[in-house]
Write a protein that binds this ligand. Structure first.
Ligand SMILES: [Fe+2]
Length: 340
């Protein structure tokens, strides 16, 4: 397997162009950086003989690269961890709709795939509210809207508003409640912050555990990773927090996804489709989802037992592309309302 960082691509691009005439390979532009995924690609190669070349970079860099390379791009499959980025790539015309009997047979839920097949979800994560077990009563907070209520002043923790996870949540609020209500919500949330946004989701969970704030926004997999961590201190953090799947009595909890789309100019579109089919197969889904403690999109594969223990929940039914379309407006609202 060939792995390259985006920074060193002058050499990598030449190498890939030179080998792309060979049929038995597939080039993946990948912004999902989880080591466990590599085993899946190796297994795919063993069973098909198709070599997987991984080109890593952050999603914006990879989308930019796809655009600037145009028809000469070596990219076959684009994998990323935010529906907004997949929808943006599809909107730019970078992805080719793909389907097959094998892909349809998986029965990926409608909210986790592009209606035209421009991208397919591979695993999902819910954006939940984590709370301090010793300071917050169960049931005291049940919705994202609650985070903006005055009783949570100086108690709310979140990562930066410029991060795709925050943007996607705000975009989903726009989809559900419109611009004005969303701007009021963001203002209320910002007014309730226990500290200026800093760090990632795990840092927010740890801050709840040590009492810097009482409630935090986080993706489910960060909680799952703390629960299953080999480190005692991580498991102690997990023992101090409870989780809420927000908005269960109305629109459901906001979910985002890891997903993939076949690149329109793919030199090996058949191999890209085969890899996509493999990634959605029960065997790969088990590893792909568990490797990052995400929910498999293949309904035939059960979530990791520790995720199941967090509780079942109603996910928002809205298609990821629908809320992703509001991302630019979410950015403007969050900027105005001061979610830095
Ligand atoms: Fe993450």
């Amino acid at each position: 397997m060939f792995i390259s960082k985006i920074a060193g691509l002058a050499f990598a691009a030449g190498a890939l162009t030179a080998v792309s005439v060979q049929a038995q390979e597939v080039n993946v532009y990948n912004s999902r950086h989880y080591n466990t995924d590599r085993v899946i690609y190796e297994t795919f190669t063993k069973s098909t003989g198709i070599k997987v070349n991984i080109i890593e970079g952050n999603h914006d860099e990879l989308i930019q690269r796809l655009k600037s390379e145009g028809a000469s791009s070596p990219a076959d499959l684009f994998i990323t961890v935010d529906a907004g980025r997949l929808a943006a790539a599809a909107k730019e015309g970078l992805l080719a709709p793909v389907t097959s009997p094998a892909l349809e047979a998986v029965k990926v839920p409608a909210n986790l795939r592009d209606p035209d097949g421009a991208w397919w979800g591979l695993s999902s994560r819910a954006r939940i509210i984590v709370y301090a077990l010793d300071r917050v009563k169960p049931g005291a907070i049940t919705t994202y809207e609650d985070l903006a209520k005055p009783e949570w002043k100086h108690r709310v923790l979140t990562r930066s508003g410029t991060h795709p996870y925050s943007l996607a949540l705000t975009a989903s609020m726009i989809e559900a409640k419109g611009d004005e209500a969303t701007e009021e919500w963001v203002k209320g949330l910002v007014a309730n912050l226990a500290r200026p946004p800093q760090g990632g989701d795990t840092d927010q969970i740890k801050a709840v555990a040590v009492g810097e704030g009482d409630v935090a926004l986080a993706n489910t997999y960060y909680v799952g990773k703390l629960i299953t961590s080999a480190k005692q201190e991580d498991r102690e953090v997990a023992a101090k927090i409870g989780v809420v799947f927000p908005n269960q009595s109305d629109r459901g909890t906001h979910v985002n996804l890891s997903g993939a789309g076949v690149v329109k100019t793919a030199p090996h579109p058949e191999n890209a489709r085969k890899l996509l089919e493999y990634l959605l197969s029960p065997e790969a889904q088990r590893q792909f989802a568990d490797g990052n403690m995400e929910y498999p999109v293949n309904p035939a594969v059960a979530p990791h037992p520790e995720l199941t223990k967090l509780g079942s929940f109603k996910p928002a039914a809205v298609n990821a592309a629908a809320f992703a379309a509001h991302t630019p407006q979410a950015m403007r609202i969050m900027d105005r309302a001061g979610w830095k």
